[in-house]
Ligand binder design. Structure first.
Ligand code: GRF
Length: 206
């Protein structure tokens, strides 16, 4: 099964996905991350990909006039790669409905909050400011509305009174790395799919 990972930054989730899934055999399926695509030239994740001998592709968003134009460039790359699964891993761009619809049911995202709480950015600080006692991360299928597709899996962490946003970011990231690879492994092994507004996990293959 062919996976393409889309990133914009550090790529610690990408690293976890490479470590846990790349060139692994999962339930009879040979899994390969065939490319990593970044919209930013300075994304450290591009280096992580190169170090793992995975093609690192820059589809730069800077200077591209419209979302439609950018998504067309992205779609052109993906058409060449023909992935079975697209993983958004810290890809900090809103995608057009047309683009999302083209890959609906084949694209997952990881978001650093317990959705439906805190879609968008700055989630850790917002959770602290709200006085929340818990926070976490969500893996979900991507649908046209931002950060709101069917939930596959969530991980919860506590928020302690002395936490800074950085403390919380790190606590959540550790969990992100676990649940994203797990959800992706379910998908590539054929257990996980999107059915209407729900993520469906088959119990056939345990
Ligand atoms: C993660 O918290 C992810 O959930 C969010 O952006 C961050 C990316 O971190 N969308 P990294 O690039 O994977 O280290």
């Amino acid at each position: 099964k062919k996976i393409v990972v889309l990133i914009s930054g550090s790529g610690s989730n990408l690293q976890a996905l490479m470590d846990k899934l790349h060139k692994q055999q999962i339930n009879d399926q040979q899994v390969e991350i065939v490319a990593v695509i970044s919209n930013k030239a300075d994304a450290f994740g591009l280096q992580r990909a190169s170090e793992a001998n995975i093609p690192a592709i820059l589809v730069e968003s800077k200077g591209v006039g419209s979302r439609e134009q950018y998504d067309a460039l992205l779609a052109a790359e993906l058409d060449k790669l023909q992935p079975d699964l697209i993983l958004l891993a810290g890809f900090m761009r809103i995608l057009t409905s047309d683009f999302v619809n083209q890959y609906q049911g084949k694209m997952l995202n990881i978001h650093p909050s317990l959705l439906p709480k805190y879609p968008g950015v700055n989630t850790h600080q917002r959770a602290i400011d709200a006085g929340d006692k818990e926070h976490g991360a969500t893996v979900h299928f991507v649908t046209p509305e931002l950060d709101s597709g069917p939930t596959v899996l969530q991980a919860k962490v506590p928020i302690f009174s002395e936490d800074s946003a950085q403390d919380l970011t790190e606590r959540v990231l550790t969990q992100e790395h676990q649940i994203y690879a797990l959800a992706a492994s379910w998908f590539v092994s054929g257990r996980l799919n999107m059915q209407g507004q729900f993520a469906y996990l088959d119990n056939k293959q345990l």
